[in-house]
Design a protein. Sequence first.
Length: 392
Amino acid sequence: MSDFSLSRRSMLRTLAGAGALALGMTACSDSNGAGTPESGSAGSAGPAEPGASPAAGRRLGAEWESHARTFMSWPASTGIWGSDLSAVRQDIARVARAVAAYEPVVLLARPGQADAARQACGSDVEVVPIAVDDLWARDTVPVFVEQSGKLAGVDFNFSGWGNKQQHGNDAKVAREVLTKYDIPRDETWIVAEGGSFETDGQGTLMVTESSVVNPNRNPGKTRQQIEDELKRVLGVTKVIWFDGVRGEDITDAHVDSLARFVAPGVVLLDEAVPGERDVWTRSAAQAKTVLKDATDARGKPIEIVELPTPDPAKLTGVGGKDFVSTYANFYVANKAVFLPRFGDARADDGAQQILRDHFPGRKIVPVQIDTIASGGGGIHCATHDQPGKPAR
């Protein structure tokens, strides 16, 4: 990775302090509460006070259920990626082409960059001119829920992960997507991102406390208040909380790089590296302790399957402390599962076999994403599923 490029982890340190808190406030001045619904918001449930009950008939589906499409975003700015912009675009195009072989892919791109995105991604990827700042569609596209059999999108008031990165365009992506596809917009006072949440589709939600119960997103709100609102707006009935890690990466440790459901009651957990004592290893160990004692929304105990960790010395990417080398950030599409290929053949093969065991009806597709990983994310971070039946 170039010395001039800021990863999602190194950016946090670069922007630390008052300047970071001020960045993007104009574009997202109402980030702690949703405003009046705009077009595409018919049927919005509206924000509720803490303590509200789950909305009747509402459900957050699991990722392995049918998708109408996958949303992605075209990285737009040298101000974020510096000299690595071309390389990260190649990674995004590689992921988009791979996913498009199995389900429809919609790539959001700034209007002036749409033609270049089409050329890079090929004719199987639909490019939609919606202004974006960065590639992290998981966090900017609305979280889709089913309400009495109909689709709605929850706008979690994207704030650049607590005003750590420019997000004037990305703050509007949720509304823009819902308007274009005529999907009702649901409001919530919670500030969060799609990568904050992981569900089994049967009422259980996993969340890191560090990424949501945090004054940079939801100042003055308790964990119980946030849990009550998550239950209301997502229709879940059980929330499993992990401590997570504060202040070490721009997301404050999203759950989708730590623990993922592969079936109700079965969680793949990022492996704690033996002998390591860093914050990420301690986070994985704490999550394992929580899961050992946890039950899901059905009252069933959780089965834990640990995912291997690649050898840092064998990574094809630059590696180092900013490189996200977790296989947990995989993406489940209609007929395939996509995970990173890091270059450690033993660990790569081991992770692929674990996913093959748990998704026997799907093709396991490894994709090289060295620049995305150097930027602090993975394939799941770069994709966002919309539930429904695909048009093709």
